[in-house]
Design a protein around this ligand. Sequence first.
Ligand code: ASP
Length: 439
Amino acid sequence: MRKVVKFGGSSLASAEQFKKVGAIIQADKERKFVVPSAPGKRYSDDIKVTDMLYTCYDLAEAGKDFKEQLKAIQARYQEIIDGLSLTLSLDDEFKTIEKNFKNKAGTNYAASRGEYLNGIIMANYLGFEFVDAATVILFDENGEYDAEKTNELMRARLANVDAAVIPGFYGAYADGTVKTFSRGGSDITGSIVARAVKADVYENWTDVSGFLIADPRIIYKPQGIETITYKELRELSYMGATVLHEDAIFPVRREGIPINIRNTNAPEDNGTWIVESTCQKPKFVITGIAGKKGFCAVNIEKDMMNSEIGFGRKVLQALEDNGISFEHVPSGIDTMTVFVHQDEFMHKEQKVVSAIHRMADPDAIDIEADLALIAVVGRGMKSTRGTAGRIFSALAHANVNVKMIDQGSSELNIIIGVANADFETAIKAIYDIFVLSQL
Ligand code: ASP
C-alpha cells in the first residue's frame, strides 16, 4: 500500500501544527509521499504566507523596498524551524529569493516560494527526500498543465524514491520558469503525485472532518458525508461547496484512486471518501445540498418556438457573442429561459437583449433578477421514487415559491431556482425533510 498525503495551509501554519502532521505521517508507514501547502493562518485574522508573498512581490515589481516584508515571511518560517528544534537554515534560500525578486522573477515564482520553503522544512523534519515540483510538474507553452508529460516525468523521478516531500501549488514550463496553479492548487499537486505513484489512496488533510451535507453557515451542525462519488462532488463543488480544489479530482479519477478528506486536528475521524463508484447505500437519499445566489433569468417567448429549428442556437449565439456564459436553459412550448450570472450579465443586458431580438426574432423578452440556484445532489435519488415531490412539498410548506426546476437525466441532481431572499429558507426546508426528519 502507498498513500499520498497532502496537508493544507492551516495544518502547517505553526510548529505545533507541524508536529501533529509529523505524528500522522509516522503513525502509518504507508504515508510515503507528502505534499505540503504554504503556512496558512494561525488564527482567524492572521495572513497566509502565500498572501504575504504576493504583497511583498508587488513592492518588488514596483521597484519599492520590500526588505521588511521579506523579513516578516522569513520570521514565519524561522518560528516553525525553532519550534521543531531543527538546525536547518533558510538564509541562503532567502538571499536567492531576494535577488530573484529584485530581478522581477514574476508573481508565480514569488507565490510558489511558500510551498517550496515549507517543503524544505518538511523534508528536513521527516528525513524524507525533497523533490522540487518545478522539476516534475510541467506546463505547456499555453500555460496549460501537461498531464501526460508530467505523469511520465514524475513517475520516473519517484520510481526509486522511498519517501519524498513534493511541494504543492506549482510546476514549471519546459525552460524551468515557475508557474503556479490557481489558488488552492496544492490539492491538484497531491492528486498528480497520487496518479504518478499509483497510490492506493490520496489523503487530503485539512481542518475539517470532511464534507458536510449542507453549509454550516446555514444549517446548524449539519451531518457529515461519509462517501461521495466524483460525479456528485463535481455537482456540489460547481454549486459552491469548497473544501477541495475543483480540478483535484481529475488526475486520480483516471486511475480510480479514492480521495480521503481528513482533519489534522481530529485524525481519529474517518472524514469523507471520494470514490468513483460504490455499492454502499448513502445514509440519506440526498448526499448534499449546495447553491449560489446572484442569478438572472432571461425569459424568451415566441409562439411555436419548439418547432423552429435553430432557435436555441441563435439565442445562445447572442450570449456567446457578448461573452456571457449560461448556467441552465429550461424550456417550454413557447418559452425558453436562460439562467446567467447577474454580475456578468448586468452591464451587458441591453446589448444581449437586442442581440437576441436581432438573431432569433422572439415575441418578447423578460428579465428576472436576484435569483438563487440550489442543487440537491445524490446517487440515492435514482432508485427512490418521490424525491422531487418531497422537495416541492417541503418548499411549499416553508412558503418558498419555486421559479425553476431542472432534473438532469442522470437523476443525480435536481436544480431548483428560487428568489435570493428564499435561499436559506429553502435549504433548511430541504435539509429538514431529507436529513433531520430521518435521524
Ligand atoms: N498556498 C496556496 C494558496 O494559498 C496554494 C494552496 O494552499 O493550495 O492558495
